[in-house]
Write a protein that binds this ligand. Structure first.
Ligand SMILES: C[S@@+](CC[C@H](N)C(=O)[O-])C[C@H]1O[C@@H](n2cnc3c(N)ncnc32)[C@H](O)[C@@H]1O
Length: 297
């Protein structure tokens, strides 16, 4: 089974030095095998799942880690007043009026950490593929940083670069490299950063998170230095199967239809790859030399 991830990247304008090295794209994706049993089905009713054996996670700790509790110097305590819905916690209303559907409890954060490890493995230990001038970059930002592992690793690798990670949930650790910091900031609002400031803007796994991608890319363009780079790694909320072994009524197969329905109800886009949202949005914002690559995991 496979889920398509796509990476789009682009310098804000023509690079100052010839760093816009063309990369050879991955081989074109092949179509899934059209076996009848693997044809997608619509959304199954809730009763289908009632018949499945539910495993209850006794260890699911919904309390915040001590890192967050002790981080009172720069944040108001109201941002720790998480909303509690059906046993899961969600970002505080006091941070923003933007609604994000993903939980921010221990279980959700562990998933982010696992996905970070998986993505680093996918790229053979690399954190990005843009042709950055490693010695020259001064300012980088990770939008919607989650538990912040990408930002921390990037800061460790680039000790002369200031790295900011932003999110609407304070779920990041407080033990950081000296050149890294986290800010509670809604990426869908006007960015608070100066024009032409960042050498590198990184976005990962925000499919279904951002309602107005065009506005976000415009803010990114405004804040990206001429010659700087933006890189986004994202996926569609859909599992594909190439050999016909994914049963139609399995949770893996239903994942796509469920999120499609969520998208229909919320107006959020869960198919940023297949709809070319990244390429179109980056181009509309003014970015040039856009490189797009597909990866299968
Ligand atoms: C699926 S996670 C991805 C986290 C991280 N980029 C990674 O790759 O591990 C999406 C993250 O976006 C954050 N988020 C949601 N809406 C946001 C917004 N409007 N501004 C900034 N971050 C947001 C969530 O809190 C969550 O941490």
């Amino acid at each position: 089974m496979s889920s398509p991830f796509k990476k789009a990247q682009s310098p804000a304008s023509e690079p100052k030095s010839p760093k816009g090295k063309e990369k050879s794209p991955m081989p074109a994706p092949t179509s899934p095998v059209g076996d009848e049993s693997s044809e997608p089905v619509g959304l199954l009713s809730g009763a289908h799942w009632g018949q499945q054996v539910q495993e209850v996670d006794e260890d699911n700790d919904l309390t915040l880690g001590s890192d967050t509790e002790s981080s009172t110097a720069s944040i108001s305590s109201s941002i720790l007043h998480y909303r509690n819905v059906l046993g899961r916690t969600y970002h505080s209303d006091s941070v923003t009026d933007t609604e994000y559907w993903g939980p921010n409890d221990a279980k959700a954060n562990e998933l982010l950490d696992i996905m970070h490890a998986a993505m680093v493995m996918l790229f053979d230990g690399k954190l990005y593929t843009s042709p950055l001038d490693e010695k020259e970059i001064e300012n980088a930002i990770d939008i919607g940083t989650g538990t912040g592992l990408w930002a921390i690793d990037f800061a460790d690798d680039h000790p002369n670069c200031n790295v900011i990670g932003t999110d609407i949930s304070p779920i990041q650790p407080t033990w950081l490299p000296p050149n890294a910091c986290f800010e509670i900031n809604d990426a869908t609002k006007e960015w608070t950063y100066q024009e032409n400031y960042f050498d590198f803007i990184h976005i990962r796994w925000l499919t279904g998170v951002i309602k107005d991608w065009d506005s976000l890319y415009k803010e990114a363009y405004r804040c990206c230095k001429p010659g700087g780079w933006i890189e986004q790694l994202d996926c569609d909320a859909e599992n594909l199967c190439f050999d016909g072994t994914m049963p139609n009524d399995s949770a893996m197969a239903q994942w796509g239809p469920i999120w499609k329905e969520v998208g229909r109800k919320t107006g959020l886009e869960f198919n940023v790859v297949s709809s070319n949202t990244m390429e179109k949005g980056l181009k509309n914002a003014g970015f040039t030399n856009i490189i797009s690559e597909d990866y299968y995991v």
